[in-house]
Design a protein around this ligand. Structure first.
Ligand SMILES: [Cu+2]
Length: 538
């Protein structure tokens, strides 16, 4: 029998080995697909001077690897990742996110989780992650809607979202946030980039156009038929099926929707905006030749000055903006590695091939100073809150993680005042890190400090047992997601501004978020203003 006859029916690629099994990463050839770059979203029309967009969420087929059959996905405008928004600071845009999804999910829905009890599966709501936005357009977990807006969640307020883009140039992203099924909807493909630009950034002459590439990293697992695999039970016995799992770790790495792709580059500087859009997995980004790169931005935008690094950790939802200089690597191939994982498969992300001829002199710059950075002064904080991350079990005996020892449905307990600065001291009482995301704001990480977990759990006394440690070098910019280290008090500082109403904060391990590791908070107007002309009543 010749090679072609033995090749699976779906595969017409002569260069695919005969024994490719999407379920077995060891059989999947690496670096055979070119890295795709999502197209830019185009407005449909002008609505009173504002760009108006429509994006449809659809069930469709997507090829994750040239040697795989197509896989069913849920995708914005039918592509994974969704189209990239490119907007300008302070220019408001309108987006109608249209749910054209089936009512039945193709991934295993756990109907015991909050929000998933007695509701349809095909719920969607879009959160613009990292945005300063009104709560009605924030994509709250209970603002979900089904196709044609037939059914809506209790927080649903408007069909057309308004993004004012009132913040500095930054790499944001949009993704599904539906209560109880976020992990499935994002894994199914509902994620995309949203880039805010501004004049200050433009002036810097950073690599741009074809030399500026967004990179979305997600781990995925597949069944032998090429369909996406997502577990329907945890690795321990439970009475519920399908059941949520405590974590999802895929056995392949997809970048911009392709498993282990390659990118051909010119010998010059490139800017990569890297997003970890995985459900649970964290990455440590390193280049295979040990070369350093320059970090120029974090979640919320550009840093004050570039930082030269050889390694950056990226937890789910975190972004890093880096410049890699390929100018001395003509003819070489180097690999972007995940040094957090020794596996020959999930330790590998993407290959760069420096094989394209230089199209012209590289006039892009890596300025010594990038962007002015405001300082948030602890002394200005109106409130210092202590927040906890803790573990318990749910009514089915499954592990469940909580914020402040409360469930999602419990009454709101955090009510920061509009225009106030607060510090949150996030005590991680569990044994593993959680990427904690706060909606509405960009914050700074102040420090992390080891504390006596047992004493805190038994008596509520916070005793520090180590020095305050500064954030990692690659975390010293605006952040909307912080890696809360286990056994540490992780302090952040933020300014609640521009919008009042209900927002959420949660763990961005999507399996945790869907299982009550999420809480609302309300930004409220100041208390009754003090009337300085009035005599005190007593
Ligand atoms: Cu978590």
């Amino acid at each position: 029998m010749n090679r072609i006859e033995k090749r699976p029916l779906w595969c017409s690629n002569d260069d695919c080995p005969v024994d490719v099994n999407p379920a077995n990463p060891a059989t999947i050839p690496k670096f055979v697909d070119e890295l795709p770059v999502a197209p830019i979203a185009r407005p449909k029309c002008d609505a009173d001077g504002k760009d108006y967009y429509e994006v449809e969420m659809v069930e469709t087929l997507h090829r994750f690897h040239k040697c795989f059959p197509c896989s069913k996905v849920w995708a914005y405008d039918g592509i994974c990742p969704g189209p990239t928004f490119e907007v300008f600071r302070d220019q408001t845009i309108l987006v109608k996110w249209k749910n054209c999804l089936p009512l039945k999910h193709f991934l295993p829905v756990d109907h015991t989780l909050h929000g998933a009890i007695d509701t349809f599966d095909g719920r969607s709501v879009v959160h613009l992650h990292g945005a300063n936005v009104d709560p009605a357009s924030d994509g709250a977990p209970e603002a979900w809607f089904t196709r044609e807006f037939e059914l809506t969640g209790k927080s649903f307020k408007r069909k057309v979202y308004e993004y004012t883009n009132h913040q500095q140039a930054a790499t944001l992203w949009y993704h599904d946030h539906s209560l109880g099924i976020t992990r499935l909807n994002v894994y199914a493909g509902l994620a995309g980039f949203y880039l805010i630009r501004d004049t200050l950034e433009k002036r810097l002459k950073l690599p741009s156009g074809p030399y500026e590439i967004p990179i979305m990293i997600q781990d995925k697992s597949f069944n032998a038929d090429g369909s996406l695999f997502y577990p329907d039970a945890p690795p321990f016995p439970v009475s519920v099926k399908p059941s949520v799992v405590p974590a999802f770790i895929g056995n392949t790495i997809a970048v911009n929707g392709k498993v282990w792709p390659y990118l051909e580059v010119e010998p010059r500087k490139y800017r990569f905006r890297i997003l970890n859009a995985s459900n649970t997995r964290g990455y440590t980004l390193r280049l295979s030749n040990g070369q350093s790169y320059y970090q120029i931005g974090t979640d919320g935008g550009l840093l004050h000055h570039p930082v030269e690094l050889t390694s950056i950790e990226l937890e789910p939802a975190e972004r890093t903006d880096i410049i890699i200089d390929f100018s001395a690597l003509e003819g070489q191939s180097i690999t972007l590695l995940n040094a957090a994982d020794p596996s020959p498969n999930t330790g590998v992300i993407l290959q760069f091939r420096v094989v394209l001829p230089l199209k012209g002199t590289d006039h892009s710059q890596l300025p010594e100073e990038l962007y002015p950075m405001d300082h948030l002064d602890e002394a200005m904080a109106a409130k210092h809150r202590t927040m906890t991350l803790s573990a318990t079990t749910d009514e089915y005996g499954r592990p469940m993680l909580l914020l402040n020892n409360m469930m999602w449905q419990d009454p709101v307990t955090e009510k920061p005042e509009l225009d106030s600065i607060e510090t949150w001291n996030i005590l991680n009482l569990t044994n593993f890190p959680h990427p904690i995301h706060v909606h509405l704001v960009q914050f700074r990480i102040l420090d992390r400090r080891r504390f006596n977990v047992q004493l805190y759990q038994q008596q509520g006394i916070l005793e520090y047992i180590g020095p305050a440690v500064e954030p990692e070098i690659y975390e010293r910019g605006w952040k909307d997601t912080v890696k809360a280290e286990p056994g540490m008090a992780n302090r952040i500082i933020m300014h609640f501004k521009d919008h009042i109403g209900q927002f959420v904060w949660h763990c961005h391990i999507l399996e945790h978020e869907d299982h009550d590791m999420m809480r609302p908070f309300n930004v409220v107007e100041d208390c009754v203003p003090v009337d300085i002309h009035k005599e005190p009543s007593e």
